[in-house]
Write a protein that binds this ligand. Structure first.
Ligand SMILES: [Ca+2]
Length: 372
């Protein structure tokens, strides 16, 4: 690819990550109004909001090497199999009809039979990811120098390691445009999710973010597990029940956004910004934060709907025509930024594409363990 076309491609990559692309793989025209990002003032991020703390349980602050630490105590499971791996719950086998009817990309789901599997009760935390990095020396994608040849001609900031970070705009100008509240910040990474000068001190119980699919899979391999498929994730979020009429209301037992996005988060659910893992009540399976808090990686490649995957040759042709759609994966669950006025993706059936090599500060993951 010539240097003249690389920079626009990178801009498309960023735009896709922001959910504003109008041409996803397969030619489906979707303007994805995605609510993603961070609240202003990273130093206030993750702290309980001044609201009524609806839905939040067991928040505790405690000393951690002198720093204020915020965490939530996980409630005991009502019933747990004796062979349960630590920190995981069993998701029974069943039949799922995936998808929903709010956004076009949710349509077309066909029944799929799933075997049972173990799943992490919570999103992987900063503490857990830090142990992985300490043991292996792993360097995340956002911490590596981008390929200068692949990005030849790109703006200087895109040639430095970093991640997309949300910043509340001082004012909105013109039509709503995520580029008004998202910035690519060199130096942003899982260690500094808000960019240079931010840190994880006292936030070890918050979910790790700014990780790409490669990073998440590296962690999963290290613990001897893997990421869920989209269907596995959705089945678990639906509490292993094939619901005929999914709920579309903004959930109370989840960390989402209340108020006018992206300017004002009333935090009436108890948190402005990301919450520590497990602060909200679990679903019937014992899984916390499947909805809201941070988006979660699946191991599935993105398709614009639930139709059958096109033949490889057609996928390759689409990739050549549209940039790199094969380099997108499916993420699930929505984030703390999902709001009724911008992004109703606080639902099990909601889904979104995510560029595999672009770290964003609203996206984490959890692992599963399949039983063979
Ligand atoms: Ca919230």
């Amino acid at each position: 690819m010539s240097s003249g076309s690389t920079e626009p491609r990178r801009r498309r990559t960023v735009a896709r990550a922001l959910g504003v692309t109008a041409a996803l793989a397969g030619g489906l025209a979707v303007v994805v109004a995605v609510a993603v990002g961070w609240l202003p003032g990273w130093r206030d991020w993750g702290l309980p909001g001044s609201g009524s703390n609806l839905g939040v349980h067991g928040v505790m602050g405690k000393a951690n090497t002198g720093a204020s630490r915020i965490a939530c105590a996980l409630p005991p499971l009502a019933a747990q199999r004796s062979d349960a791996p630590e920190g995981m719950v069993w998701v029974p086998a069943g039949r799922l009809t995936p998808g929903d009817s709010v956004y076009p990309e949710e349509a077309g789901g066909k029944p799929v039979q799933l075997a049972g599997f173990w799943m992490d009760r919570t999103e992987v935390s900063n503490d857990q990811f830090a142990r992985f990095v300490a043991a292996t020396g792993y360097v995340t994608v956002a911490e590596r120098a981008p390929d200068p040849i692949r990005l030849a001609g790109a703006p200087p900031e895109l040639l430095r390691p970093g991640a997309l970070v949300f910043q509340v705009p001082r004012k909105l100008e013109g039509p709503p445009d995520p580029l008004q509240w998202w910035r690519y910040l060199p130096g942003a990474s899982w260690r500094q999710p808000g960019g240079p000068g931010t840190h994880l001190e006292g936030r070890g119980s918050l979910p790790v973010v700014a990780v790409t699919l490669e990073d998440a899979q590296a962690y999963a391999r290290w613990v001897g597990r893997q990421l869920p498929t989209e269907a596995q994730w959705e089945w678990a979020a639906r509490e292993a029940r094939d619901q005929a009429t999914p709920q579309h209301e903004q959930p109370r037992q989840a960390n989402t956004w209340q108020g006018r996005f992206p300017m004002e988060d009333a935090a009436s659910d108890g948190f402005a910004g990301i919450a520590p893992v497990g602060c909200y009540a679990s679903n019937a399976l014992g899984l916390h934060d499947m909805i809201g808090n941070v988006w979660e990686w699946t191991r599935d490649a993105w398709r614009p709907g639930h139709e059958d995957a096109p033949p490889p040759a057609l996928q390759a042709a689409r990739a050549a025509a549209a940039g790199s759609p094969l380099a997108q994966g499916v993420i699930k669950g929505g984030s703390f930024l999902c709001s009724p006025d911008w992004c109703m993706r606080y639902r099990a059936g909601a889904r979104q594409p995510q560029d595999l090599d672009l770290a964003t500060s609203h996206l984490g993951f959890r692992t599963i363990l399949e039983v063979r």
